[in-house]
Design a protein around this ligand. Structure first.
Ligand code: SAM
Length: 288
């Protein structure tokens, strides 16, 4: 095993220089350089010897190494071809790591879990590239994948939006979406100083424990309603839901809200997930 751990900034510089690697801003490359944070992410994810782990964006392998030391197997998907020879070098002594070159948004994750991760259930652990945080989370939680939990570093502001309670300014469609599929919690707030190069904003590690999504709900309709409600969040719910896209006029929305026990004066940010579910389930009973 390599005696130099990958979170040492000096060693990272050495490795990057050896391979002539240049950071790509466009790919959201901000590498971790703090051993405590790396250890705390893996501890927070509760990765143990029986776990199959999917890592997204291993970079030069800093988090991957800590995962390899704790998990049964790690599959790490990296988009940047230039990092593959570096990862081969830095992770050479770990035989429970498999590298996959590709874009996580394009890869068939069902197949990946079946073929390389024992069919799951798996844990996802990553320091996510910030330019695609939301699409990656959406793909992971929407697709009925065999995932137990997702522990990821995201921008602090995104973490705050995900865990915001109803009534809070940050509470929005992302909150409802993530809470529909999982129980989210913030594990750590992370200062920008622990990355190379330093990003402009602070970060946070969140853990999404996947739950069984409500099965008695038309998901498409549910998210159309949530989107319509928050697209005009300053308006009362009766106004934001009366629109052509949903095919409802004001009278119908009033009836819908009354049947769902929701005040027409409420705004989207006042509604809990259960309220949106109620609205969704009541629509078929309307005379339209
Ligand atoms: N895990 C490393 C660490 O913590 O030091 C690197 C994290 S860095 C914030 C994000 C990584 O994701 C980079 O290595 C980047 O090349 C990779 N990446 C960016 N977009 C990706 C995508 N669509 N699919 C897979 N990897 C991606």
């Amino acid at each position: 095993m390599n005696d130099k751990r990958l979170y040492s900034p000096k060693y990272i510089r050495e490795v990057l220089d050896k391979f002539g690697f240049k950071f790509s801003k466009a790919l959201g490359q901000n590498f971790l350089i703090d051993g405590n944070i790396v250890r705390n992410i893996v501890k927070g994810a509760q990765v143990g010897k029986d776990d199959y782990v999917l890592e997204i964006g291993p970079g030069i392998g800093t988090l991957t190494e800590e995962l390899a030391l704790n998990a049964k197997k790690v599959v790490a998907v990296e988009i940047d071809k230039n990092l593959l020879p570096i990862l081969d070098y830095t992770l050479a002594s770990y035989d429970n790591v498999e590298l996959v070159q590709g874009d996580i948004l394009k890869i068939d994750i069902h197949k990946l879990i079946d073929e390389k991760l024992n069919g799951g259930p798996i844990k996802v652990v990553a320091n996510l590239p910030y330019y695609v945080t939301t699409p990656i989370i959406a793909k992971l939680i929407e697709d009925d994948l065999n995932i137990e939990s997702i522990t990821v570093m995201v921008q602090k502001e995104v973490a705050q939006r995900i865990v915001a309670p109803p009534g809070n300014k940050q509470y929005g469609s992302l909150t409802v979406f993530v809470n529909f599929y999982s129980d989210p919690e913030v594990l750590l707030i992370v200062p920008k100083t622990v990355f190379m190069p330093q990003p402009k904003v602070d970060s946070a590690v969140i853990k999404l424990t996947i739950k069984e999504a409500a099965t008695d709900v038309d998901r498409k309709l549910f998210f159309r309603i949530v989107k319509a409600a928050f697209s005009q969040r300053r308006k009362t719910i009766v106004n934001s839901l009366s629109n052509k896209e949903l095919g409802l006029d004001k009278e119908q929305v009033r009836e819908l809200l009354e049947k769902s026990n929701i005040s027409p004066k409420a705004r989207a940010e006042d509604l809990k997930i259960e309220d949106f579910i109620k609205i969704c389930q009541t629509i078929p009973s309307l005379d339209i």
